[in-house]
Design a protein around this ligand. Structure first.
Ligand code: T4K
Length: 371
């Protein structure tokens, strides 16, 4: 297969050198300790606390269960204001916890929840706000905090896309009452599957540690209806290895994003992501809006690229309230901006091992059709 025909997927997991991982897992054959908060689990938890610059952090076997369990730990009730423009996990965590999602429209530039539209959605039943730092773009954390304080609401950020990001030098996991990071294989930093919740305060640590281990606190006491969301030792070691190579991965991603910018900025009908003031980016995604004055609409462009073996993704389409499992369940959400973006956005391939030649090939295919 020639370079021009080689399949390019939206992302490709970064892996540590094989020999390094094999060496790192050797101690497991001596200890035979595979899971249940072992030595490597503890080491990764400590290293990530420092790396992410957060006060407290609890690891999970995936980000989704971390989100479900932090909502459970906070004993939320009633309604949770959230975004319709996200991965299924965000709303599923709310509904699986017996809570009702209330969908708030998004900001047209960041694609995060539009903080100006939150207050109009608050009712007597609202207990929390669950925004997403989508694509690694940061929500208006100050405004959201002001609203939450005024109405006595909890704020839980879905920070699945924001590993290692900072806002004005502050770790992104420090904003809100809690933040969930995903360490899925497709993320900037991964533990194969995995995730973590960061938060302030010892009380949440005890609850989360307990909930992720069936609600067990010692050999004879089960104090909560928990589940099994423990990260195993192989996952933790993958994380420890990947952490060592993260800065290289980020540098390579930055080059990919810069190259897209060089090739696609200023093209009529294309809207590229904007760098946010004060944000240290992790270059997780490269979302492009195909506006109405571009030669092809988003769906046509998706097919055009796929026909040339380039597999971009419609993150995030359809919107969550339009999923079959949610249709007509939560009333008509007033979300015109989210609808506009979801119809036009395509996330282009973006990962550290994507070469400049491959970025150029993707851009050539896109630009071949411009008016
Ligand atoms: N909140 C938000 C906002 C999220 O985006 C996510 C996860 C979560 C919460 C939940 O966190 P976790 O519980 O997952 O920790 C992928 C990921 O599976 C999912 O984790 C992620 N969001 C979502 C945005 O993307 P799919 O269904 O698009 O994955 P899939 O299998 O189509 O993979 C995409 C591409 O990644 C493939 O084309 C190739 C590459 N890939 C995939 C896998 C599985 C690899 O290179 N290696 C791999 O092992 O959901």
């Amino acid at each position: 297969m020639s370079e021009q025909e080689k399949e390019i997927l939206v992302t490709r997991s970064a892996l540590p050198p094989y020999a390094e991982f094999i060496e790192a897992i050797k101690p497991i054959w001596d200890s035979a300790w595979l899971t249940n908060m072992g030595e490597f689990h503890q080491q990764l938890e400590q290293e990530l606390k420092t790396f992410l610059d957060v006060e407290q952090l609890t690891l999970f076997t995936n980000g989704h269960l971390g989100l479900e369990m932090v909502l459970q730990a906070m004993e939320l009730t009633g309604e949770v204001i959230t975004t319709p423009f996200s991965f299924a996990s965000t709303t599923h965590a709310i509904t699986r916890g017996g809570l009702t999602p209330v969908f708030c429209d998004i900001d047209p530039v960041t694609c995060c929840m539009d903080a100006e539209k939150i207050e109009a959605l608050i009712t007597q039943r609202t207990s929390a706000i669950l925004p997403v730092h989508v694509y690694g773009h940061i929500c208006d954390v100050e405004k959201i905090e002001r609203i939450a304080k005024k109405h006595n609401l909890k704020v839980i950020y879905d920070a699945a896309h924001t590993f290692g990001e900072t806002l004005n030098g502050v770790g992104i996991g420090r904003f809100g009452d809690a933040a969930m990071f995903s360490f899925h294989a497709t993320k900037v930093f991964h533990t194969i599957e995995g995730g973590a919740v960061s938060y302030q305060g010892e009380w949440l640590k005890e609850r989360l540690d307990c909930l992720k281990n069936f609600g067990i606190i010692n050999k004879e006491q089960v104090v909560a209806v928990g589940g099994n969301a423990k990260m195993n030792e192989f996952q933790a070691i993958m994380g420890l290895c990947n952490l060592k190579h993260l800065s290289t991965e980020l540098e390579k991603r930055e080059q990919v994003v810069n190259r897209y910018g060089e090739r696609l900025a200023g093209v009529k009908g294309l809207r590229l992501p904007e760098q946010q003031a004060g944000v240290k980016s992790n270059y997780a995604y490269f979302p492009v809006l195909f506006e109405d004055d571009f030669a092809l609409n988003r769906n046509e462009m998706y097919d055009w690229l796929a026909g040339r073996n380039i597999h971009a993704r419609k993150y995030f389409y359809p919107l969550i309230p339009d999923f079959d499992c949610y249709l007509e369940q939560f009333g008509q959400a007033d979300i015109p901006v989210a609808r506009y973006v979801a119809e036009r956005v395509l996330t282009l391939p973006c990962y550290g091992s994507l070469t400049q030649a491959e970025v150029d090939r993707i851009c050539d295919v896109i630009l071949e059709v411009k008016r």
